[in-house]
Ligand binder design. Structure first.
Ligand SMILES: [Zn+2]
Length: 135
């Protein structure tokens, strides 16, 4: 039996990101002033502090910058995924995001591995999570 899934809290600020993920697109904010592609989602640009931004679709390509493998479920919601990895993905457009590398055993995940975004619905919710699979 699975525990209640843990899903992100959807807010007015982050809704475009999650709406795009449901449509299988990876979108992030690009600063209208300095063109910096920013993530995590924020109200102002961390580089120039301008609030104006547009949502753009990213290529979904990147590489594994770092990762860890969890051998223990710290929450029952993840018990059926153990062992699972959490990876920091360096996206081609510049931002870095935490996610998981899927589609390969944890032992096959290596730093520098080229990956591409895939979208996985969370059962029992309307949330779709961006994860990454080897290119
Ligand atoms: Zn900016």
């Amino acid at each position: 039996m699975s525990a209640t899934p843990i899903v992100p809290t959807i807010t007015e600020e982050n809704r475009p990101f999650w709406d795009a993920a449901r449509a299988e697109r990876l979108e992030m904010q690009r600063c209208s002033a300095c063109r910096h592609v920013r993530y995590p989602i924020s109200a102002v640009c961390p580089r120039c502090l301008d609030a104006a931004a547009e949502w753009i679709e990213l290529s979904g390509r990147g590489s594994v910058l770092s990762f860890v493998v969890f051998e223990r479920a710290y929450n029952p919601a993840w018990a059926d995924r153990v062992p699972y990895n959490v990876a920091l993905i360096q996206l081609a457009e510049g931002p870095r995001m935490f996610s998981n590398v899927v589609g390969v055993p944890n032992e096959a995940v290596v730093v520098g591995m080229p990956v591409r975004v895939v979208f996985e619905p969370v059962a029992g919710t309307d949330v779709v999570l961006p994860r990454f699979a080897p290119e």
